[in-house]
Design a protein around this ligand. Structure first.
Ligand code: S3P
Length: 433
């Protein structure tokens, strides 16, 4: 579907972003592991997280969904069984990388995973390595790609140093650790999103953080309290950046999750001089808070200056780096992102797709091995951008169009449904005020 986004007048009004995708995936999985029914409110009803509910059904969980309220009657920690059915992860990388952690601990059972064409290009070797060290066997296509099969076993606890900061790999090992004999420790090179740790610790799972080391103990039964999912800062980032870039805009973005491991985009915006005001959680080193903090963010248009994002900050802003590239086009000076090779393994190769996409719209942006460099001050002329089936690229094109001089056509806008159903309606509403 091609959708045109014309240069916009001021964006005004209030908006509640969709529920957090990362937390919704995790809520569904722990709901399936529980032995008593669990109610999840404000569950994200988008393609990715509906794939997770479907996967939980395949494993024997009863799932009742009424809009954004989901009731899961799980199967307990040790009895999921797909009865030979393939688990279809659709487009959801987080589902594909987290769920094998739980299933690797199912002694004597095997689980086959597959997904769409884009998922078949996304590697699973990073989870296969620690799971093998714990005793499980993973058979993947060409050694590293879906479709793949997880052969479960009685796992043993390990200490695993993540070669690259990844919340998905960390979470996979922690889920496996709950079924392993002895404790399991994950060592992070730099901090990444900690929703799994917060959720497990709130549910009473023995879990400690000591500096960059997170240790989880064995769990026989999971008692899950009801879970409320806060708004997704990664989705909110699209209207926030639109508000910052479109002249005369003033927005209130409500109910946003401001967990410090997710708010790198707000730090970047602050350094660039953008007007985005609201409470934020301060960095929490050495503790695992049980709760997810929420805040309202007040956003206004204003001038920007360039900034640099270094490797250490990358995991805190990983999904918003396409927007940093767009912001860089409007900032005074040179905006640089370094240490972000991980972008190559997202829903598209986001170094290539962002750089080529924005360049086609008139941006002065160059790819590097581990990020990109943007010469600011050009703004966005306009043109056509291809979403490559990547939800964040589709929405990047839309925001670029609103802030452009001539308008942007996004080819494949339907990709936005993966994380932000109703994105187009939200934009239209902010334009009508
Ligand atoms: C996610 C972690 C990140 C992120 C992805 C969601 C998660 O991936 O890009 O959109 O929910 O754990 P990596 O952990 O692979 O960087």
């Amino acid at each position: 579907m091609d959708v045109r986004f014309d240069p916009s007048g001021p964006l005004k009004g209030r908006l509640t972003p969709p529920a957090d995708k990362s937390i919704s995936h995790r809520a569904a999985m722990v709901g399936a592991m529980a032995s008593e029914p669990v109610v999840v409110t404000n569950y994200l009803a988008a393609e990715d997280t509906l794939s997770t509910l479907e996967a939980m059904r395949t494993l024997g969980t009863i799932v009742q969904r009424d809009g954004d309220r989901v009731v899961l009657r799980g199967v307990g920690m040790r009895t999921p069984d797909a009865h030979g059915e393939t688990i279809d992860v659709g487009n959801a990388g987080t589902l594909m990388r987290l769920l094998p952690g739980w299933l690797a601990g199912q002694d004597g059972r095997s689980f086959r995973f597959d997904g769409d064409a884009s998922i078949r290009r996304r590697p699973v070797d990073r989870i296969a390595e620690p799971l093998r060290l714990m005793g499980a066997n993973i058979e993947a296509t060409d050694g590293r790609l879906p479709p793949f099969t997880v052969h479960g076993t009685q796992l043993r606890g390990i200490t695993y140093e993540l070669p690259v900061a990844s919340a998905q790999v960390k979470s996979c090992v922690l889920l496996a650790g709950m079924l392993a004999d002895g404790g399991t420790t994950v060592v992070e090179p730099v901090a990444s999103r900690d929703h799994t740790e917060r959720l497990l610790s709130r549910l009473g799972v023995p879990l400690w953080r000591d500096g960059d080391r997170i240790t989880v103990g064995h769990v026989d039964e999971l008692t899950v309290e009801d879970i409320h999912v806060p708004g997704d800062v990664s989705s909110a980032a699209f209207p926030i950046v639109a508000g910052v870039l479109v002249r005369g805009s003033r927005l209130l973005i409500e109910g946003v999750n401001v967990n410090w491991t997710r708010t790198g985009i707000l730090d970047v915006l602050q350094r660039m001089g953008a007007v985005v005001v609201g409470e934020r959680e301060r960095r929490q080193d050495g503790v695992v808070p049980g709760e997810e903090p929420v805040a309202d963010l007040d956003v206004a248009h204003g001038p920007l200056k360039a900034t640099t994002v270094e490797a250490e900050e990358v995991p805190l802003v990983i999904d918003e780096l396409p927007l940093v590239a767009l912001l860089g086009c409007f900032a005074e000076g040179e905006t640089v992102v370094r240490g972000a090779e991980e972008l190559k393994h997202k829903e598209s190769d986001r170094i290539a797709t962002v750089v080529n996409g924005l360049r086609g719209l008139g941006a002065e942006i160059e790819a590097t091995d581990d990020g990109f460099v943007v010469q600011g001050g050009t703004g966005i002329r306009g043109g056509t951008i291809e979403a490559h089936g990547d939800h964040r690229l589709a929405m990047l094109g839309a925001v670029a169009g609103l802030a452009s001089r001539e308008g942007v056509t996004v080819v494949g806008m339907e990709a936005a449904e993966v994380s932000y159903p109703g994105f187009g309606d939200h934009v239209a509403r902010l334009q009508r005020r």
